[in-house]
Design a protein around this ligand. Sequence first.
Ligand SMILES: [Zn+2]
Length: 174
Amino acid sequence: MQHQSSEEFIARFIAQAFPAANLEIEGNGALIVYKITLNEKLLVRLDHIGAVFNFPTRGSGRMSWSGIKEGSPETVAAHILQDLANAGFTVLSPEGKRIQKRPVFIGRYTFCPQCNAHSLVRRIVYGIISKELDEEKFVSGGCGIGFNDPEIRCIGCGWEGIPEDVRFTKKIQG
Ligand SMILES: [Zn+2]
């Protein structure tokens, strides 16, 4: 049996779990490149150095194999699949179930999509509040109308929205 590189394993693992996508293989030897594409758009590119992600993620958009301290190719592939799910793509678990988006965590590293400040985005609490709110996490929203109420607010600039709006917001390099 021919030796299968880690990047090939990861590429095939992703392709298998991503029914709508195609796996394209270019080159050979050390220069072989695996491309996961959807409707001719390149989403993931893997080679012997690492992977580049061409879809929204919270990270830098690239990963080098030498930077991975632990984790099998399978856990790396599962991590990339979760990122694809978070970005809204239909990817499947080994049991054939759609992998769900991870809930968006609102915390110190949530960047406001309007003013780009971090640690200022709070969950809005509606209604009469009987005990003191943890101001690091929450802000009072008054009564609310209960329909399409925003769920989060930036206490810096007043921007309001829902957690999904800040899933991929990050620091804008200035
Ligand atoms: Zn803001």
